[in-house]
Design a protein around this ligand. Structure first.
Ligand SMILES: Cc1cc2nc3c(=O)[nH]c(=O)nc-3n(C[C@H](O)[C@H](O)[C@H](O)COP(=O)(O)O)c2cc1C
Length: 213
């Protein structure tokens, strides 16, 4: 077994320069997204979502990116979950992508707000039936006595919706993270990485900075 402290990698695939990036961070994200998809990164849409609870304790977990538009980054979840309770108390969140095959990291900070009910309906109705049942069956983030509870919930929900459309539960839907900062990180040799940071200014414009690695 290798010694943990000896595990290291030198990054040398690509570079990132101020003159190469788009003036819009969303367009820049879309450009990197296209490259990440082309690189066939497994679960390319997996991102770490961090929220803050009432005691200012941070919590991180993976969620899946389900859409990006000019306004922000969309994910779906249970509106009664721990993350949703955190967001209700403090809308400030961060998102993080690590695309290791491209030696890239994207860090996003912003505010989360619920997407419209029709947006949530549209996405919910596109999900496979098992996932739609699961959204009803799981009281996400609560303590349950055993897995049997989930199985019992599933069979009850399946009966309730037998031969009927499985509609979206009211406690399930999307959030859009409206970004105020986005950093694009490209690994470089000898830890001298490229970091290009977009910050949203009060006048609504994005300013681009290079950060020291
Ligand atoms: C690859 C992966 C994808 C996930 N995608 C989602 C997701 O899109 N939405 C979601 O609510 N949970 C997703 N989860 C589960 C969350 O990480 C987490 O366990 C769950 O949302 C409960 O978090 P909370 O108790 O902090 O609210 C995913 C987990 C993994 C590992």
């Amino acid at each position: 077994m290798s010694h943990i402290a000896d595990i290291r990698k030198d990054y040398k695939l690509k570079t990132l320069d101020e003159q190469d990036v788009d003036a819009s961070p969303i367009k820049q994200f879309n450009a990197w997204w296209a490259e990440a998809e082309a690189a066939h990164i497994d679960e390319v849409n997996a991102m770490v979502l961090s929220t803050i609870d009432a005691q200012m304790m941070p919590h991180s977990r993976i969620v899946l990116l389900k859409g990006v538009d000019e306004k922000g980054f969309i994910f779906y979840t249970n509106y009664q979950s721990e993350k949703a309770q955190n967001i209700a108390g403090n809308a400030h969140v961060s998102l993080l992508f690590f695309w290791k095959e491209l030696e890239r990291q994207v860090r996003i900070t912003g505010s989360a707000e619920k997407v419209s009910q029709s947006e949530s309906d549209e996405y919910f109705n596109s999900r496979p039936p098992g996932s739609r049942i699961g959204a009803w069956a799981s009281p996400q983030s609560t303590v349950i006595a055993s897995r049997k509870i989930l199985e019992k919930n599933v069979s009850e929900i399946e009966k309730r919706f037998a031969n009927k459309m499985i509609e979206r539960p009211p406690h399930w839907g999307g959030y859009r993270v409206i970004p105020s900062g986005i950093e694009f990180w490209q690994g470089r040799p000898s830890r001298l990485h490229d970091r290009i940071k977009y910050s949203l200014h009060d006048d609504g414009s994005w300013k681009i900075y290079r950060l020291a690695p």
